[in-house]
Design a protein around this ligand. Structure first.
Ligand SMILES: [Zn+2]
Length: 110
């Protein structure tokens, strides 16, 4: 699978989730990032780390839903956790996979 086609599939997945969660995306980017997997702004700007393209689609869902929920919930509190659970089930496993992967990158994302 080439990086270009996984980028297309990744972006489509972001748009599918955005429709499902009723989030309006103004900008969607995939690019190299030094110290995080993704970022979002209140103006609807979303950027994802290109390193994600090499990871499992289950991990994509985790990062995508994680960011999209921040349009409604700015923190990782009780509400955010219950929404993550509702959409992804046992999402903590993917959190672990990302942390593991982060350790292999230089410099490592948090
Ligand atoms: Zn977050």
């Amino acid at each position: 699978m080439s990086n270009a086609s996984s980028k297309i599939r990744f972006k489509q997945r972001v748009r599918d989730w955005a429709t499902k969660l009723d989030v309006r995306i103004a900008w969607l980017g995939v690019r190299p990032m030094q110290n995080k997997w993704a970022s979002c702004s209140t103006e609807g700007h979303l950027n994802f780390n290109v390193e994600l393209m090499e990871m499992d689609e289950k991990v994509w869902d985790y990062v995508i839903v994680h960011e999209l929920l921040h349009f409604f919930v700015p923190n990782h509190g009780k509400l955010w956790k219950s929404l993550m659970r509702a959409h992804l089930g046992e999402y903590e496993a993917y959190e672990g996979a990302l942390k593991k992967r982060a350790q292999t990158l230089t410099p490592p994302p948090p």
